[in-house]
Design a protein. Sequence first.
Lengths: 178, 208
Amino acid sequence: MSGNVCGRDRRSHGERPRGVGVGDVSLPPFQAILDAYHEDVYRFLRAVAGPDADDCFQETFLAALRAYPRLRHGDNLRGWLLTIAHRKALDAHRARRRRPVPVEDVPEGAADAPAEPGASGLWTRVRALPPKQRAAVAHRFVADLSYREIAELLGCSEEAARRSVHEGLKKLRAEVTA
Amino acid sequence: MNDHTNELERQLRRGPGGDPAEAARRLVAAAERAGLLDVAYARVDSPLGELTVAATERGLVRIAYPERDPDAVLEELARRVSPRVLEAPARLDDVRRQLDEYFSGRRRSFELRIDWSLAQGFAAKVLRATARIPAGEVRTYRAIAEAAGSPRAVRAAGNALGSNRIPIVVPCHRVVRTGGALGGYTGGIERKRFLLRLEGWEGARADG
């Protein structure tokens, strides 16, 4: 039977089996990692960058998109995204401090609607923590990461990650009870 | 103290609010503006079921029938075209409109740029020849092999049509067997008959 196949023979002639392809690096379609991790990244950025979170989110994913085709493997893409997000948040923080006229941050209201009454003050305090503690607390509680994962993201030992979380919590607790 | 500790951790776990879905939607538009959207895809309703359609900046690159695993369709695009694949219906507005017009009988031929990235070698020649068959007409597999420059490669031409990644718009349904039998088709012979009837090919009525 020659030539009576339009579409039928796709298995043998069309698609390669998954994972065997031209590039052989087999990265998932970017939409899949956006779907899977945009909430984690967004929540992390809201915690550490507050009013800058939306801009940081865009910059994080644009930077990720730019670098994506050159990635060597598709392991731990969530960690990869959170690392970029952490960097973007630090940039935003520095930019804010460099601003010539230090305008007081707009009180967290309309532009930065809190999830529920009373909680926004807490996030302002989280963002006032030193960068490492701030990121560690956000990773631990907002993204629910293990200390080992936090250590990897922050480039420190597991013990140091644990300490950063505890120091951060201690300060927050002191302020809340004060 | 303990109450405070628990309350604090509870509040932290609840997260800082905001709208991640909206942020993700804005990203897609920003990616398009920044030239970082290599493959845009969308879902399109049609009388033949929900199609997955995808386009690069060069043109339409993929149409998939609903039986194809949508994840596998996107994975193939990621692997063979670019992993920068995002759901971005705006880029496919024109494709969608022309498909609607075609299925409602208001359009005979498509005016769309095609990205042939997923077709190579002889298959690409066969598919380009197929793209020139006018609506309402058919060709035999033999004639298509000939038009592709290899009159004797009839079987290879059949295989090439089987690998068509842009059915409907690259009309592999217009290639039939010598003698008039319809032959096979992606997603079943019923779809082939539907498309040929839609285009007014007389043989489609007689067959089957």
